[in-house]
Design a protein around this ligand. Structure first.
Ligand code: DX5
Ligand code: ZN
Length: 221
């Protein structure tokens, strides 16, 4: 018997940007809980994707919560613009700012939920001081910057650690994982304490996306 629900945040990065509206619709009609947007600046990560205008232009076409993952330097200078564009959740990397507490607080002041991400090489202890104020913690299960990479299984231990810390310390954050997620690892992640699975390439590779999400739900039971 399933104890809690697993939620899905398919990533637009796995889709075709020239048909962004249709890809967003495919995410909604598959029954996903969020739509994930990967913002890259060519500095924090090598690639460049899109800015707040992309999100603002798509916002009227979906009722899904937009889960915006900022892989950018100095995110504190940009979060207001993404909140105004319609982001419901804004994720910043702990490694990308000297002002993590201030940035998470600013996100909340802008009316969005705040999320802190950690790279595969960053321990949970690095974000321990902000766990009481985080709405989400995003555990990168690949090195950020590209879709379609191989899942790093060692990262699952950080999900377990975050799950046990929230129980011990009474925190309320949800745990999200991002990178290389699909049939082969969803059970491991769920059993480790995962709440939200981000998926780019595995989601968009499926013709029947709703059936794929149902299959993943079955796999974790
Ligand atoms: C990677 C991004 C991911 C990416 C995941 O840096 O943060 O959200 O879209 O894609 P897959 O599922 O293909 O690893
Ligand atoms: Zn992402």
């Amino acid at each position: 018997m399933k104890e809690r629900s697993l939620m899905f945040s398919p990533s637009m990065l796995g889709g075709d940007f020239s048909r962004a509206g249709e890809e967003l619709e495919a995410i909604a009609s598959a029954g996903a809980d969020y739509a994930h947007f990967d913002v890259m600046d060519g500095s924090f990560v090598p690639e460049i994707t899109f800015g707040s205008k992309f999100i603002k232009d798509l916002r009227p076409y979906s009722e899904l919560v937009f889960d915006v993952h900022l892989m950018i330097e100095r995110p504190e200078e940009h979060v207001r613009r993404f909140a105004e564009a319609g982001a419901g959740i804004i994720t910043v990397h702990a490694e990308s700012t000297r002002h993590l507490w201030r940035t998470l607080t600013l996100i909340k002041e802008c009316g969005a939920e705040c999320s802190v991400a950690i790279n595969p090489g960053t321990p949970v202890s690095f974000i321990e001081p902000v766990l009481p104020i985080a709405d989400y913690v995003l555990v990168m299960t690949v090195n950020p910057g590209w879709g379609g990479q191989r899942f790093i299984p060692e990262c699952a231990a950080k999900i377990e650690e975050l799950d046990s810390r929230r129980r011990d310390d009474g925190h309320s954050y949800l745990i999200e994982a991002d990178g290389g997620i699909g049939r082969s690892n969803i059970k491991l992640l769920y059993d480790s304490g995962l709440d939200v699975a981000v998926m780019g390439s595995s989601f968009f590779a499926e013709d029947d996306k709703a059936a794929y999400l149902s299959e993943l739900e079955e796999l974790v039971q």
